[in-house]
Design a protein. Structure first.
Length: 346
């Protein structure tokens, strides 16, 4: 709250490049949508990836750590007026004055908020964006709350198609609780699509308690192997890696504290596959037609689906496609010459 609410006023105030989106080609529809987002919202954006999954029309999406609302307003256009976006963030407004010494990284989420806690930047631009998008009523809402305790904000079980987050889970002291809550609010077949920072090893106590490294998204980074074990424990499908890029700190003092640990910015997708959905490996054919991905869908680092092309998939991917919002975009059939050899490659 202190670091993002008071010290950072714009993206340029960051001391490392951990929370800066990597440059990558964007579909035209996403570029156009981004241009319609208010300049103040964009200026106060901090994120390590662009969390814009595919096939979004009419979806209900929850953004964990929505901050100034950039991703929410971008997604608001992609889900359309019949879709809905909820943003939740714990950060006090950037207008508070400093009082007292800055806190250490938390060991657990606070149980209450100051009475004036709100996501001011995001909320104050709702009317502007709805008018800009030509919507008759808002399809976005913002709450002040903790992603470990979504029930406190009134978010019900099985109420969202997609949960996204952009470089914020590393800031949560209890990452299992975050994934458990995301799993709870997702509908069967729903997806958690998120970018975050991961470490090559478990971090020392010195690093984990370093205030600047915590605020810069490094000290709270999860050891990447632990993501796989936590996801399985919670009930998600095995993580599918979408993209990854190394992080360079670019600060000699901070590099000395970190030592030989290496960090990566990565985007993963997890699915809430209903029990009994995994029948076995198969073959799939992408029918095309997803906006911005009409001819080719790059699903993750392992699977790219071209329109009309037969692709062998493992049991996990077959179950994901069959039970999720992507089902109507694919022709899915059991078996396949090479499918058995692909088991577990997701």
């Amino acid at each position: 709250q202190d670091y993002y609410g008071k010290e950072l006023q714009k993206s340029e105030d960051l001391k490392t490049n951990a929370c800066i989106t990597s440059a990558r080609p964007l579909p035209r529809v996403v570029r156009d949508a981004l241009e319609r987002v208010h300049e103040e919202v964009v200026a106060r954006y901090y994120g390590c990836g662009l969390v814009i999954p595919e096939c979004l029309l009419s979806c209900r999406i929850l953004d964990l750590g929505s901050g100034s609302g950039r991703d929410c307003y971008l997604l608001s256009q992609l889900v359309g007026e019949q879709g809905h976006i909820t943003g939740i963030d714990m950060t006090k407004g950037q207008v508070w004055h400093r009082s007292g010494a800055p806190p250490h990284p938390p060991s657990s989420p606070p149980t209450s908020f100051p009475s004036s806690c709100q996501v001011e930047v995001a909320k104050k631009h709702i009317a502007y964006h709805m008018d800009k998008f030509g919507y008759r009523k808002p399809n976005v809402e913002f709450f002040c709350g903790y992603m470990e305790k979504l029930g406190d904000a009134g978010l019900a079980d099985k109420s969202y198609d997609i949960v996204i987050s952009n470089c914020v889970i590393n800031l949560a002291p209890d990452k299992r609780a975050v994934l458990r809550e995301a799993f709870r609010v997702l509908k069967p077949g729903g997806e958690m699509y998120f970018s975050d920072v991961y470490a090559s090893q478990r971090l020392s106590e010195t690093v984990r308690k370093h205030r600047v490294l915590w605020g810069e998204c490094l000290a709270g980074a999860l050891y990447w192997r632990d993501l796989y074990s936590i996801a399985e424990e919670v009930g998600f499908s095995p993580p599918c890696l979408v993209t990854a890029s190394p992080i360079t700190i670019g600060n000699k003092e901070l590099e000395g504290i970190v030592g030989d640990c290496r960090f990566v910015s990565a985007t993963f997708r997890l699915f809430k596959v209903p029990a009994g959905s995994q029948a076995g490996p198969g073959q799939v054919i992408y029918n095309g037609g997803i906006v911005g991905h009409e001819r080719e869908l790059v699903f993750d680092a392992n699977f790219t689906f071209k329109e009309g092309e037969v692709v062998d998939v493992d049991a996990e991917m077959a179950a994901i496609l069959q039970s999720s919002r992507f089902a109507e975009k694919f022709l899915i059939r059991a078996g396949g010459a090479n499918a058995a050899a692909l088991q577990g490659c997701c």
